[in-house]
Design a protein around this ligand. Structure first.
Ligand code: ZN
Length: 345
């Protein structure tokens, strides 16, 4: 009697058909799942007389195998059909192509360029793969000066016995200033935007590359007062007419005297908040009078000309304006991040 049941099931599974993956799954549930017809046979198997157990057992195994093979076959068939259908279905909605917007760093760089252009500065550009001469030597970094270590970068070719022969990824855009100074006589009034590199671990607050805008003005009788006025005008245009600035003494190899510039915190208005670490001020750039050694290095007579230079990090300014909490978001290419800046574009 159990053999009749097996033969009947064998006929059924041999004739199984399915139009899609869902129907295949229904068949699998009907025959092979824990509550399926073939599994149920195993329960009946207990009642089979001992002398028939071998024959019936083999028959059940055969049925099970055929059912499994048939279902596998149907599965493959329906998948192929569905796949083919996808290829020829011209009415299907295509995957949406995510359009971006202008990158926040580009928006802010353009804004900085725009402000300084109105004050008479012209754009200057230079290579990202640079030689030591333009990145360090011309900028008054002595070969053994520890300030070089403050700007550890990536080397394309390194010469431990003579660092001035190194080829490297520029660690600041001052190399562009050097290139302009060695080919142009004053008056020089340039801004140099560009990507720079540092050998830093990548975290929310540091990255191995970032962007700078540096400015340089060289002429006769250029004084610190000129620098301060230009920076005040910039800060007011960039962060609002009420913005105050303050300069703190600092050190850079290429300027003397050197200063860091803070602006009054535009979130709390200078009263102190978490953003400005309760000081009322946030640092935005470094600046100073160009060191006479730099002028001489670049072939400009320091007894006739003087000048100032300043440099700021574009990520820093962008963070201040838009409060981007994680630097890494700038380079992750996530369109959702860009859409946050649609209205600023
Ligand atoms: Zn504040």
């Amino acid at each position: 009697m159990i053999l009749d049941k097996i033969n009947q099931l064998l006929d059924e599974v041999r004739q199984m058909t399915a139009a899609n993956a869902e129907e295949v799954e229904q068949l699998r549930l009907k025959y092979l799942s824990k509550k399926g017809a073939i599994t149920a046979l195993m329960n009946d198997f207990r009642n089979v007389p001992a002398n028939q157990k071998k024959t019936v057992g083999m028959k059940i195994n055969e049925l099970k195998q055929i059912a499994q093979e048939r279902i596998n076959q149907l599965k493959t068939d329906t998948e192929t059909v569905e796949c083919d259908a996808q290829h020829i279905d011209l009415t299907r909605t295509p995957y949406p192509i995510g359009l971006g917007t202008r990158h926040p760093l580009t928006i802010v760089t353009n804004e900085i360029i725009d402000i300084f252009s109105r004050m008479g500065f012209v754009l200057a550009d230079g290579p990202e793969v640079e030689d030591d001469l333009h990145v360090f030597t011309r900028m008054n970094f002595a070969a053994d000066h520890p300030a070089r270590d403050m700007q550890d970068t990536f080397f394309v070719s390194q010469h431990p016995n003579d660092v001035t022969k190194n080829i490297l990824l520029r660690s600041h855009t001052s190399s562009v200033q050097a290139r302009v100074m060695e080919t142009t006589q004053p008056p020089i009034r340039i801004i140099c935007p560009g990507r720079v590199y540092r050998n830093e671990a990548i975290t929310a607050r540091a990255h191995c590359f970032f962007h700078q805008v540096e400015g340089l003005y060289i002429d006769k009788n250029v004084s610190f007062t000129d620098l301060k006025q230009v920076l005040l005008s910039f800060a007011r245009e960039m962060f609002g007419a009420d913005t105050k600035i303050r300069l703190r003494p600092s050190y850079f190899p290429f300027t003397e005297p050197s200063a860091e510039m803070d602006i009054s915190c535009f979130i709390c208005g200078g009263e102190g908040c978490g953003f400005c670490k309760h000081t009322g001020w946030v640092e935005i750039l470094g600046c100073g009078m160009v060191d006479p050694n730099v002028l001489e290095q670049c072939g400009i007579d320091s007894s006739v000309y003087s000048g100032y230079a300043f440099g700021m990090g574009v990520e820093r300014i962008t963070n201040l304006k838009y409060q981007v909490s994680d630097l890494r978001m700038f380079s992750e290419n996530d369109v959702r991040f860009l859409h946050e800046f649609e209205s600023a574009d």
